[in-house]
Design a protein around this ligand. Structure first.
Ligand code: SF4
Ligand code: SF4
Length: 459
């Protein structure tokens, strides 16, 4: 069992590879990145694990810290807990039996598609939405990136969040319950979650709305995909369909856009893509959204099919899963199934602890000081050029002004102001150059055709 420090983030910057090109900084929706001494630095308090920077980095300097697959060997019972999206990564000519068989060959002993208990979760969310009258619309807590975003940027919407755990948590409890019922001891069981995204890694390592996760390790889906492909057999494939007996149509579609929204409320909406989500939350906070009962918000385009650790094309994944789902029953058909025997225990695991506010978009917790800083910031902005060039190491002029009032940057960080000061003899040319070298490193000012980053010119 793990209880790691709060705000764990799996994304790291490799200082050897980072060229300080600012692509990551410009792509970050929460302005969590700055360039310091020529290198990208991520502010952990602002990061929501959306993975935009990972995609934007042309030097592959941003990487995902992950558990070693060999870790599974330290357990007698090795559970692969994977979302249905995993199956959607593979082309149609590779069957479910082949994929399951390859997973067993890699070394797992038990395989669970984590959406098996989705029926319980669906019923529990329905009941919560029916009874809870304090906030509308109810917002799904499925996507950890969105929950973090609400915690740090829209804390006034915390009451709208539905306090229910994520399907991978529930799937892990189901797997554990079933194995322990068969006589396995807890310390013999290793549960490994196959994740489509960075946000889920963080939500396992520092869980949202619960004290600890029962998941023992996280394996990135793209890493697993390559291993599975290498182990696909074309002959003598055993039938593994009994392992999917409790999988449902609703479960397979759950992590796709409208996977949840289709089940709840008279009026529901599904929004995917972190920038779309932010724009919508702005409107919601400003009370510009008419009567909506249920909101499904997902950070990735096409939801988990477009997760930043997936291997396949997101549109093809959606099509494959929709096609696959047609072969399965709806979860409402499972009323007499053996899985129902576990219902009382699973229901007790469904409810998450309250989710706290972690506001980082305020200038100061003290209202008076915040107002003071705000007026100082506005004065600073008057002197900045307003072209958001990023040469100061902040994503835009407003962010630089904010850094300044928080003592994290200086006026001289702005290259335009430095230029003006030189003209007015307020600063020497050598001092101005030193300032620039401090921010960007000496190499940036040399003529060098082999300079790191040259291949990215015009990127
Ligand atoms: S993961 Fe997202 S929020 Fe975090 S630093 Fe990267 S772009 Fe910003
Ligand atoms: S939409 Fe899915 S894959 Fe993307 S961050 Fe949210 S949970 Fe992860």
């Amino acid at each position: 069992m793990h209880r790691l420090p709060d705000t764990y983030h799996a994304l790291k910057v490799d200082a050897q590879k980072c060229i300080g090109c600012t692509h990551c900084m410009q792509s970050c929706p929460t302005e969590a990145i700055r360039i310091r001494n020529g290198l990208a630095v991520i502010d952990k308090k602002r990061c929501v694990d959306c993975g935009q920077c990972l995609r934007a980095c042309p030097a592959k300097a941003i990487f995902v810290e992950q558990d070693d697959l060999d870790k599974i060997k330290s357990f007698k019972y090795r559970v692969a807990l994977f979302p249905a999206v995993t199956i959607g990564q593979f082309p149609e000519n590779i069957s479910e039996n082949q994929i399951y068989d390859a997973l067993l060959k890699i070394g797992f002993t038990h395989l669970y598609e984590l959406e098996q208990p989705i029926g319980f979760l669906k019923d529990s969310i329905k009941e919560y939405c029916r009874k809870d009258k304090k906030a509308r619309p109810h917002i799904s807590t499925f996507c950890p990136s969105v929950v973090r975003l609400i915690q740090i940027r829209y804390p006034s919407l915390l009451d709208n969040l539905i306090p229910r755990k994520a399907p991978h948590d529930l799937g892990a409890h189901l797997a554990l319950e079933q194995l322990q019922n068969q006589g396995a001891q807890r310390d013999e069981i290793g549960i490994f979650y196959i994740t489509p995204c960075i946000a889920k890694i963080s939500s396992v390592k520092s869980p949202l709305g619960e004290k600890e996760s029962i998941v023992d390790g996280v394996i990135n889906m793209n890493v697993l995909y390559n291993k599975v492909r290498k182990n696909i057999r074309t002959t003598d494939i055993p039938d593994t369909s009994d392992r999917r007996e409790t999988l449902t149509r609703d479960g397979i579609l759950w992590s796709l856009t409208r996977g949840e929204a289709r089940h709840f409320g008279e009026r529901s909406m599904a929004i995917d893509g972190i920038h779309n989500v932010i724009r919508f939350l702005e409107r919601l906070e400003n009370e510009e959204v008419p009567d909506i009962d249920f909101l499904e918000l997902r950070a990735c385009d096409q939801s988990c099919a477009g997760g930043n650790l997936t291997a396949g094309n997101r549109f093809l994944t959606v099509e494959r899963l929709e096609h696959r789902a047609k072969r399965y029953e709806s979860s409402s058909k499972f009323k007499d199934h053996p899985i129902q025997r576990l219902a009382p225990k699973l229901k007790s695991k469904l409810i998450s602890d309250p989710i706290d506010a972690k506001p980082v978009f305020i200038l100061d917790r003290d209202r008076e000081k915040a107002l003071e800083k705000m007026s100082k910031m506005q004065r600073i902005i008057c002197f900045l050029p307003g072209i958001d060039c990023g040469a100061c190491g902040a994503p835009n002029c407003q962010a630089l002004a904010e850094d300044m009032v928080n003592q994290k940057a200086k006026m001289s960080d702005c290259v335009f102001l430095q230029q003006t000061w030189q003209e007015e003899n307020k600063i020497s040319t050598s001092k101005a150059l030193k300032n620039m070298e401090k921010k960007w490193g000496k190499d940036r000012f040399k003529a060098d055709c082999n300079k790191r980053g040259r291949r990215n010119e015009g990127f």
